[in-house]
Design a protein around this ligand. Structure first.
Ligand code: SF4
Length: 376
């Protein structure tokens, strides 16, 4: 079981909070796509014996690509890898790129899951974030996607925005529920260095939401979605029965994946590889045979810490036996001691040999994960 991720590094506009690798200059798009198809071909031996269960087009904004360009990427993958007949094939999309006919065409060429970047159902929030779409466009895009036959729809929301009241956030979550999607990812705003929001924060133009309000918004999110029948399966992810993101769940379960395109990461259980975060350097690598990636062999400490970060964030947790059998005694001892500490505090639960975050642990998950990790 393995996954494929493709990074499309183009956006029509920069959102003020976003630190993903992207460019608003589409001038190199054709060369980029040629190199992307080439990379998919030349790395096929890396997963030649594995069945591909998930394909994920992210970015950037993959929904800016033309139908023919998307079709070619999927065909190149199918020609070079063993793609499972029931593979989950996801496209990240922005509402303003969507209409009824393009959605039907995507369904036709094989996409069976959409992740739509809604972010908020408030015009004020959308303007503040510099999003391209409006609220009505967002709602309409979900209706079109359903009409086109997408029965696995995910939407992204952001909370903890400056000045966002509890009532405004609650309204967002309730609208999301009413739209009857299968999956919701809700992230707290982070002020990443290099973004407009970060600069505005430093200049005092924006003010961070107080911690108490952020916690209350997270509580509201969890409560309303649980009442509406969603399962809270990862810190920021909720889904209707069984509708987990199979692709992201594979990351969290430590499975192999290949990442194509600038800034994309790959993982083969023993090493991590990351492509250069520069379109010209990526093109130079694929067109002229220059190096365009770096690889790191994972030490025992890296593998242990990765297991903590990925395992503890999900409802599937971490099996104690896994840590005992895969890592040397000092790691297992540290795991046990930390487990006992948080078990006493009620921040983790321990059932059938598996450690996972409890409801109270979810609110201090970063702190707990840091404590479980080993830093030498
Ligand atoms: S949030 Fe999405 S659309 Fe906005 S700049 Fe980032 S990648 Fe592009």
């Amino acid at each position: 079981m393995a996954g494929i991720y493709i990074h499309i590094p183009f956006c029509r506009k920069r959102c003020h909070y976003c630190d993903f690798f992207k460019s608003t200059d589409f001038g190199l798009k054709n060369r980029l796509l040629a190199s992307l198809n080439h990379e998919i071909e030349i790395r096929s031996s890396e997963l030649s014996s594995e069945e591909i269960n998930t394909i994920y087009l992210g970015g950037g904004t993959p929904s800016t690509l033309l139908l023919g360009e998307l079709k070619e990427l999927l065909e190149t993958i199918r020609q070079n890898y063993l793609v499972s007949p029931d593979a989950e094939i996801t496209m990240e999309a922005n509402p303003d790129d969507l209409n009824q006919s393009i959605l039907s065409a995507w369904k036709e060429i094989g996409f069976n899951r959409l992740s739509i970047g809604i972010q908020s159902f408030s015009e004020t929030d959308l303007k503040l974030m510099n999003r391209r779409h409006g609220v009505m466009q967002a709602i309409q895009s979900i209706k079109w996607a359903k009409n086109a036959g997408f029965s696995n729809l995910s939407i992204d929301l952001i909370y903890g925005l400056p000045n966002q009241t509890i009532q405004e956030w609650e309204r967002n979550v309730r609208i999301a529920v009413e739209l009857d999607v299968q999956h919701i990812s809700a992230y707290h705003l982070t002020y990443h260095e290099g973004t407009v929001f970060y600069d505005q924060l430093k200049k005092g133009i924006l003010k961070e939401l107080p911690d108490e309000l952020s916690v209350q918004q997270f509580e509201i999110l969890i409560r309303i979605l649980k009442e509406a029948g969603f399962e809270h399966y990862e810190i920021s992810n909720f889904c209707k029965a069984g509708m987990y993101s199979r692709h992201n769940s594979s990351y969290w379960k430590g499975r192999k994946y290949l990442g194509f395109g600038p800034s994309a990461h790959s993982f083969d259980l023993n090493s991590r590889r990351w492509n250069v975060s520069s379109i010209p350097s990526y093109l130079n690598g694929l067109e002229n045979g220059e190096t365009y990636s770096e690889t790191e062999i994972l030490s025992e400490q890296d593998r242990y810490n990765d297991s903590i970060i990925t395992g503890l964030r999900t409802i599937w947790g971490i099996r104690e036996e896994y840590i005992r059998s895969r890592f040397s005694e000092p790691y297992f001892a540290h795991f046990q001691n930390t487990k006992d500490k948080y078990l006493q505090a009620g921040n983790i639960s321990y059932l059938s040999g598996t450690v996972s975050l409890s409801q109270s642990g979810l609110f201090i998950s970063d702190h707990i994960m840091e404590d479980f990790m080993v830093v030498k």
